[in-house]
Design a protein around this ligand. Structure first.
Ligand SMILES: NC(=O)c1ccc[n+]([C@@H]2O[C@H](COP(=O)([O-])OP(=O)(O)OC[C@H]3O[C@@H](n4cnc5c(N)ncnc54)[C@H](OP(=O)(O)O)[C@@H]3O)[C@@H](O)[C@H]2O)c1
Length: 345
């Protein structure tokens, strides 16, 4: 039920291209939720790689400055708009928002809210919202990797990477995971064989581990190394490219690295070598909202269930309160963390 109470929300604002300490806090009145919407009290949100790109103006389709970042959220419904089941009030949900979640309260479409199982903490659930959907869809929908296969996960210590390793291991897949040496124990504990991506011989080392090539490579780095990822594949193998981390600090149009990437993938797909190259985009298909939402709900529910039954272990790198979002972002950018930096209420 819409309780017609105006809510004061505290929001973190990205005012322009700034260092993390340039983030600002503001307080704003939120109106009651309108048709089909709910008011969520944030319990946990998180720092994604996207915010590192957005603060540099480097995310492919970010909104104009100023805006409130925050790619995903776990929160409790405190008011429902007309047409929404009032029983949602008081219950905890997760949603992928792309922006807007670094806030004490936010309005979202009820249709985007996916229930969080009882017994899972908000911070733990937060680690598998955008990361879980991304990892699940790349593994099971894009690459369709089979039990018994061998894959390479670049950045196996990262938010998406650490979830992808765990999902793959659960599905009976052998994983080689790249990470800097400081994270090798973590990567091993997740069930993957670590390789140091800073080692000039990293690709030769992967070849030693998988002499016949691998069934899939998941590459969010792009740049010059993408060709080496492609060369790791055996016949029938699949390259899933899903980011351009390598070009985060390059000057110029934020769309160019992605467009270059598309062109390379398209070219490789024309080669008669039995391999295929895909770009995974979580937002693909959103022009058909019902299908898009149904797929996202199904996949996020599966990942949350695996977290609830203990199959997945949440990788929380650190927790910060909302008013320390700048410190949270700085830590996430320090290239020292394993898992997800979480912001809590
Ligand atoms: N296409 C999509 O729909 C989609 C959806 C979600 C996420 N993503 C992408 O997924 C990637 C991971 O996101 P996340 O939130 O999981 O990030 P994260 O937690 O910050 O992890 C980033 C990982 O990438 C590594 N890394 C960062 N910069 C690198 C570079 N220049 N060269 C090699 N490795 C580098 C990091 O290693 P160190 O710890 O050693 O720095 C870490 O393992 C991002 O590129 C993001 O854009 C794409």
């Amino acid at each position: 039920m819409n309780d017609a109470v105006i809510t004061r929300a505290i929001e973190v604002v990205l005012p322009g291209e700034v260092e993390p300490d340039g983030l600002r806090l503001r307080t704003r009145d939120l109106p009651p939720p309108t048709d089909g919407r709910v008011l969520l009290r944030m319990d946990a949100t998180g720092v994604s790689f996207a915010e590192q790109q957005m603060r540099r103006g480097k995310y492919y389709d970010q909104p104009p400055f100023p805006f409130v970042p925050g790619y995903d959220v776990v929160g409790t419904v405190v008011a429902t708009g007309p047409g929404v089941d009032p029983a949602m009030t008081g219950r905890r949900f997760a949603a992928v928002t792309k922006t807007g979640a670094w806030a004490s309260h936010l309005l979202i479409d009820a249709a985007d809210a996916v229930p969080v199982p009882d017994g899972v903490t908000a911070a733990d659930a937060e680690t598998v919202v955008v990361n879980g959907v991304t990892a699940w869809q790349m593994l099971h929908r894009t690459a369709k990797v089979a039990r018994g296969a061998t894959i390479v996960v670049l950045g196996a210590n990262g938010g998406v990477g650490s979830t992808l390793v765990q999902l793959a291991r659960h599905a009976g897949i052998t994983v080689i995971g790249t990470a800097s040496a400081r994270h090798h124990d973590t990567v091993r504990a997740l069930g993957a064989t670590p390789v140091d991506y800073r080692d000039p011989d990293a690709y030769r080392r992967i070849r030693e581990l998988a002499p016949d090539g691998v069934d899939a490579v998941f590459d969010h780095v792009g740049g010059a190394g993408l060709a080496r990822s492609w060369q790791l594949l055996r016949r029938g193998g699949v390259l899933v490219s899903y980011g351009t981390a390598a070009t985060k600090d390059e000057a110029g149009d934020s769309r160019l690295p992605v467009l270059n990437l598309f062109a390379r993938l398209a070219l490789w797909n024309l080669l008669p070598n039995g391999r295929s190259a895909h770009f995974y985009n979580l937002w693909a298909g959103r022009r058909r909202p019902a299908t898009f939402r149904a797929r996202l709900r199904e996949d996020l529910a599966q990942v949350l269930a695996l977290l609830a039954d203990g199959t997945l272990t949440a990788q929380v790198a650190a927790e910060f309160p909302l008013d320390e979002a700048a410190a949270a972002l700085a830590l996430a950018e320090s290239r020292t963390v394993a898992g997800k930096v979480v912001i809590v209420r």
